[in-house]
Write a protein that binds this ligand. Structure first.
Ligand code: MN
Length: 296
């Protein structure tokens, strides 16, 4: 083990949640990136987008809130539920419902149509809703891979207990202390959910070169020497490897790290490609029905 493995990863900034906007009528999201702070399209590569639906109370409704049929190509949509329930249907024939702690990992690849709604029973009863959606970019060689859908239940996640504490970590993707996450990924990615109790301390290493950030979804914690409040995102510089978390309250955190994809990005609407020509092609293929069919 070399000496740099114990160097504290430097905090670059702590970002407050940008003003929210609605995605359809079901998701009230703070877009931390790429739009919220204009940090560049590749600042968090391979993570292209983070939409954070901070806790919102939805009144009961007979109508399912959400976003109707729309296409994607060239990347993956990863939805993490914390409160409430999300239903998904796509033109590849996959569907599923995720509940708190579950993750829906959809590889759009060559193209799918999908729709994303609050689950019917949750809509009917109403309640607190909280979720995160990530867009995970695919390198050129996998952009046209066949669509794929992974619905991963909370109990399937890799479990790491906080030593001497009351909390635990769900390893969704990648590896933490030798425990692997169940999600298949096309490039090296770590996705961890921390469910900490007040007073819990946890230290771990992430690669120095990875783009790394931690979102505090609930409670409050010190990350390195910075006090981070609920709904704030910590972004790390590319120096050091060790992350130290100290929960001053019961806290839920999402940690992301990934090896950057060193390729050009052409992003337009629901498509994430390498070149402008590939965006044009995506619209042509969509208009010719090559993304399949999905009922509204
Ligand atoms: Mn979508």
């Amino acid at each position: 083990m070399n000496s740099t493995s114990q160097t504290l990863k430097a905090v670059e900034r702590v970002l407050s949640p940008p003003a929210p906007h609605w995605v359809g009528d079901g998701f009230r999201v703070h877009n931390f990136f790429p739009g919220g702070y204009s940090l560049g399209l590749r600042r968090f590569s391979p993570f292209f987008l983070m939409d954070y639906n901070a806790k919102v109370e939805f009144p009961p409704s007979d109508r399912q809130r959400g976003v109707g049929v729309h296409p994607h190509r060239g990347f993956e949509t990863v939805t993490l539920a914390y409160h409430g329930a999300v239903a998904h249907h796509d033109s590849a024939g996959n569907s599923g419902i995720i509940y708190p702690g579950d993750v829906q990992w959809m590889t759009a690849g060559s193209g799918v149509l999908h729709k994303e709604y609050h689950e019917k029973e949750f809509s009917r009863k109403g309640g607190v809703f909280q979720m995160v959606q990530l867009w995970v970019n695919l390198p050129a060689r996998y952009k046209m891979t066949a669509p794929k859908y992974q619905s991963i239940r909370a109990e399937q996640m890799g479990k790491v207990a906080v030593p001497g504490g009351g909390g635990y970590v769900d390893v969704i993707a990648g590896e933490l202390r030798g425990v692997k996450g169940p999600a298949f990924t096309f490039t090296p990615i770590n996705v961890f959910n921390f469910y900490l109790k007040a007073g819990d301390r946890f230290a771990f290493d992430l690669p120095e070169r990875d783009n790394t950030c931690i979102l505090v979804l609930d409670g409050e914690a010190y990350i390195q020497d910075r006090q981070v409040m609920q709904d704030h995102l910590v972004i790390f510089a590319h120096t050091g490897t060790q992350v130290q978390i100290y929960a001053t309250q019961d806290a839920t955190l999402l940690a992301l790290s990934g090896e950057p994809i060193d390729e050009p990005i052409a992003a337009y609407g629901p498509f994430l490609m390498n070149t402008h020509e590939e965006i044009i092609q995506a619209y042509e293929d969509l208009n010719q029905g090559k993304f399949g069919y999905l009922e509204e």
